[in-house]
Write a protein that binds this ligand. Structure first.
Ligand SMILES: C[S@@+](CC[C@H](N)C(=O)[O-])C[C@H]1O[C@@H](n2cnc3c(N)ncnc32)[C@H](O)[C@@H]1O
Length: 186
């Protein structure tokens, strides 16, 4: 398992300098489709997990966001740091996030879960750092996941699905809200 993750990390490290030229257009199309309905408040803390080269930060073109990019590839993060020297970059494995529980308002995770050996466990780890009623926005590849297993992962992580659909390009997307304790008990 560890070896598989290491292989993935090495692959992204080795191709980091080419990532933006290959994928910027397609990732921006995904962000546009998903984020048009999301309103960001200036005090929101947003974590982009599996952030890669911080394309999402490029997309927002705002430097007043409380935005944290997290990825396990040193080279992907360093490409991001070159573009956004004043932003927050944290190197960590998505399955062992070094953040306080209940600390994040909005968590995004675009095109990452296909690399995770146990996506359901990863989904729960992501949710654990969200505040109650915090939003999770996640896209996954259609050749690996389907809408049923994506919904089930959300349910098992105590996430209420607000919207789930097949995007125009490549991925399924889920927008959900972490349930508060009261609604989990019901
Ligand atoms: C396809 S790229 C997507 C990058 C970014 N989300 C985007 O929209 O461009 C997948 C990213 O997930 C990261 N990744 C894969 N497995 C990871 C893990 N176990 N922990 C943290 N990051 C991981 C890779 O290093 C890579 O940067």
């Amino acid at each position: 398992m560890k070896n598989k993750k290491q292989e993935v990390r090495k692959r992204y490290d080795a191709t980091a300098d080419k990532y933006d030229s290959r994928y910027q257009q397609i990732q921006f199309a995904k962000y546009r489709e998903v984020l048009s309905s999301i309103v960001l408040e200036s005090e929101d803390v947003l974590f982009d997990v599996g952030s890669g080269t911080a394309l999402l930060l490029d997309y927002f073109q705002q430097n007043n966001l409380n935005f944290v990019c997290c990825d396990f590839s040193y080279e992907m993060l360093s490409e991001g740091r070159k573009k956004h020297p004043n932003s927050n970059f944290v190197r960590a494995d998505i399955d062992y996030l070094p953040f306080r529980k209940n600390s994040c308002d909005i968590l995004t995770c675009f095109s990452v879960l296909q690399n995770c050996p146990n996506p359901a466990k990863t989904f729960r780890e992501l949710t654990s750092i969200l505040k109650e009623n915090g939003k999770i926005i996640l896209s996954v590849l259609t050749n690996i996941f389907n809408l049923d297993n994506l919904s089930k992962m959300a349910k098992d992580a105590d996430v209420e699905v607000e919207k789930i659909w097949k995007m125009k390009i490549e991925d399924y997307c889920l927008i959900g809200k972490k349930k508060d304790e009261k609604s989990i008990k019901c």
